[in-house]
Write a protein that binds this ligand. Structure first.
Ligand code: ATP
Ligand code: MG
Length: 269
């Protein structure tokens, strides 16, 4: 039986590569055929589902879990034929109802936790469960945060709002997780969209970062660069290394692999 690692890349600030990094992590991990990976899309925008599976579908989503559906019935097996060991819990625009329907339930923050435990045998077969959330600190997010072994906060180079979003999230979650007696599962901060070119904005970003001692001390040494190949690989439904396999020693391939190695060292993966 696998010792499942459930993780999420998160920030309250949107548009900072959460979905892309979730998918690319899963695709790289899938190279080890002995590993089973579940991508769990909980974002109403359903971007992950669209990239990994398809734009329109009539499959069940997390919304159906409210009707007490079995994990086996919600999970879509191998939605991307390139990676047979990746499964998916899809999202769809209907997920917009989830918050509203969840909110009157008792112990609503632990709804998905209870479902997970009821379906433990199915879900525990996965080595990794990677959850993709909306950029909001809402009930859905809290449900996943309470389940997560690791949260990696993404911050984007030159994007001061992403630092403020990270800091605010950390403050809010520290209060809530203490209330729920959950360990501190924010493991690291990862810098994405890194551009070597220094501008006035990057100086502002650097000096802002200086003022967040907490965040700075959790920053990974590796980072993800702003890189058009990531988007191209995503559209081809391929991992970055598979997409770049005919090119020699491309810097981004090494960077991405180094980032995953560091996450393994830190016990996130
Ligand atoms: N490494 C990268 N280099 C360049 N562009 C990237 C990279 N990763 C993601 N992008 C692009 O940045 C945009 C935002 O990425 P993505 O959708 O993953 O962000 P998100 O944080 O999930 O957004 P949201 O908060 O809306 O869910 C997309 O157009 C994506 O293709
Ligand atoms: Mg997203």
């Amino acid at each position: 039986m696998a010792d499942t690692k459930l993780l999420t890349y998160f920030n309250i600030k949107g548009g900072i590569y959460k979905t892309t990094t979730s998918i690319m992590t899963a695709y790289e991990l899938a190279k080890d055929k002995d590993k089973k990976i579940l991508l769990w899309d909980l974002d109403v925008q359903a971007n992950l589902t669209q990239y990994v599976y398809k734009v329109n579908h009539d499959r069940m989503t997390t919304l159906d879990i409210l009707k007490d559906v079995d994990a086996k019935d919600v999970i879509i097996k191998a939605p991307n034929a390139n990676y047979a060991n990746i499964d998916l819990i899809a999202s769809d625009i209907q997920m917009a109802r989830f918050e509203q329907e969840l909110s009157p339930l008792p112990a609503r923050e632990k709804f998905l936790y209870r479902w997970y435990m009821e379906n433990f045998n199915t879900l525990n077969e996965y080595d990794y469960i990677i959850c993709d959330l909306s950029p909001r600190y809402d009930l859905t997010a809290k449900n996943i945060l309470l389940l997560a072994d690791s949260v990696v906060i993404l911050v984007q180079d030159k994007n001061v709002s992403s630092l403020r979003g990270a800091d605010l999230f950390k403050q809010l979650w520290d209060v809530d997780r203490t209330y729920f007696d959950k360990e501190d599962n924010i493991k690291n901060i990862m810098l994405v969209g890194f551009e070597k070119k220094k501008t006035q904005v990057s100086e502002a970003f650097d000096s802002y970062l200086e003022s967040f001692e907490d965040l700075r001390s959790m920053m990974l040494n590796t980072y993800i660069r702003k890189n058009e190949f990531v988007e191209k690989a995503l559209l081809k439904k391929l991992s970055l290394t598979d997409f770049l396999k005919d090119t020699k020693d491309h810097f981004s391939r090494q960077e991405f692999t180094a980032m995953l190695e560091e996450l393994k060292e830190k016990g996130v993966l």
